[in-house]
Design a protein around this ligand. Structure first.
Ligand SMILES: *Cc1c(COP(=O)(O)O)cnc(C)c1O
Length: 414
């Protein structure tokens, strides 16, 4: 049985009816398929077979400890962007020696924690960060392994909010300053030059920009080698897209093929930082219809999940397929699927043809990436439970928050 499928007129997660998951754990609830998580990682592993490579899962896409643990056990490295994510990785049984640390604003404390843990590499994103890292490493008597995140200035042809490799981006260092920065790094005593990195954007459907970026990195690698600066790894970042609706998303092998061709015969270790493509299609958000509202111009299905649970529609106008858990399909009507939050932007889907009744369950598909991870407590809404289904077993991997927990850290004035 694969992932999320209709069986005998009902939607299942692996071998469990989603209606049973809702009855047991309540809604809203994120549901992940262990099989789909493992298959997504295996696709990368197989595509890279025979090559010295490390797939570093981008923790920010979904940082639940159980999911980190699933990938870590399969041999994954992890790409972190904060000290908090480092702590999660350690708590999940991840190997610090396989961690790369990205992000434009690493604090001294975060640098120290990562040095103490013994991470594999810092992806340095500015000249100022380089100086700070050298100073912090000196302070703790260590040498910090570094790569520069270089901005290869290729157009990934994706949404401007998730395009990160252009000159105008806040991320990375400019391509034409990279050589000078590596020379500077070589002159600093508490740094060890290890590799080069880029990450050009997210939800990329065309494999060409990644290969183009790899080509540009190689030109730098060779220019550095001519100066005696020898790099051990090339990190081409993450960004592979997935199918939300009708996008033709390449599988890992097809996505990587042009890049691997560019890198053929190279001795450097290859690193990748996929996030969305490892978890996106492996999760859904299970929600229940609270009310149907038939207006003069529009019909609304008000559900118990909202923009605080899944921000992508409100934030990026992202489209998620919305499936009935027990489809009726006799008299479909057109609904906007909206949540209870007091914002007009609070929607999960617009104009969906569904045959609904109050109390029905809906599955918002492809919600495994940047779903729970971007959720909030806006409107004092407890965050959803998270469940991983493994065959006939359902494991609660994060219990639903309680309302008192949401204000437990707050204190009225005396
Ligand atoms: C977000 C991010 C990723 C993962 O991107 P996906 O599009 O989810 O694959 C990888 N590397 C860095 C530096 C990132 O910021």
């Amino acid at each position: 049985m694969t992932g999320f499928v209709l069986k005998q007129g009902a939607l299942y997660a692996e071998d469990i009816p989603l209606a049973d998951v809702a009855a047991r754990f309540g809604t809203p609830c994120y549901v992940y398929s262990l099989k789909l998580l493992r298959e997504a990682f295996a696709a990368y592993r197989d595509a890279l077979a025979g090559r010295d490579a490390l797939v570093c899962y981008a923790v920010k896409a979904n940082s639940n400890l159980a999911i980190l643990n699933v990938f870590a056990r399969m041999g994954a490295g992890l790409d972190i962007v904060s000290g908090g994510e480092l702590a999660r990785v350690m708590a999940a049984g991840g190997d610090a020696g396989k961690v790369v640390f990205s992000g434009v604003g690493k604090s001294r404390d975060e640098m120290r924690a990562a040095l103490e843990a013994g991470i594999y590499c810092f992806n340095v994103e500015s000249a100022a960060e380089l100086e700070r890292l050298n100073e912090v490493a000196g302070g703790v008597g260590k040498r910090a392994p570094i790569a520069f995140r270089v901005n290869p200035n290729v157009d990934p042809k994706t949404h401007p909010y998730i395009s990160t490799g252009l000159k105008s981006s806040k991320f990375g260092v400019p391509y034409d300053q990279a050589l000078a920065l590596y020379r500077r790094a070589r002159s600093l005593p508490h740094l060890e030059i290890h590799g080069i990195d880029c990450h050009i954007g997210s939800q990329l459907l065309d494999p060409a920009p990644a290969a183009e970026a790899a080509e540009k990195l190689l030109a730098l690698v060779d220019a550095l080698a001519a100066e005696g600066i020898v790099l051990q790894h090339i990190d081409i970042g993450g960004g592979k897209g997935i199918t939300y609706r009708d996008e033709q998303a390449p599988d890992a092998a097809d996505y990587l093929a042009p890049t691997l061709e560019v890198l053929a015969g190279r001795k450097e270790k290859l690193l990748l930082e996929p996030g969305r493509s490892l978890v996106g299609n492996a999760g859904l958000l299970l929600t229940r219809v609270e009310f149907l509202k038939h207006g003069e111009e529009k019909n609304f299905a008000v559900v118990d999940a909202a923009m605080n649970d899944l921000a992508r529609p409100a934030l990026y106008d992202a489209w998620h397929e919305i499936q009935p858990v027990v489809p009726r399909n006799l008299e479909p009507e057109t609904y906007d699927i909206v949540g209870p939050v007091c914002e007009s932007g609070d929607f999960l889907g617009h104009g969906r043809r569904l045959d609904l009744q109050e109390g029905d369950l809906l599955a918002v598909m492809s919600a495994g990436a940047y779903g729970m991870a971007m959720s909030s407590n806006y409107n004092t809404r407890p965050r959803a439970a998270e469940v991983i289904v493994d065959g006939t077993q359902a494991h609660l991997v994060r219990r639903r928050e309680t309302v008192p927990e949401l204000f437990g850290l707050e204190t009225p004035l005396p």
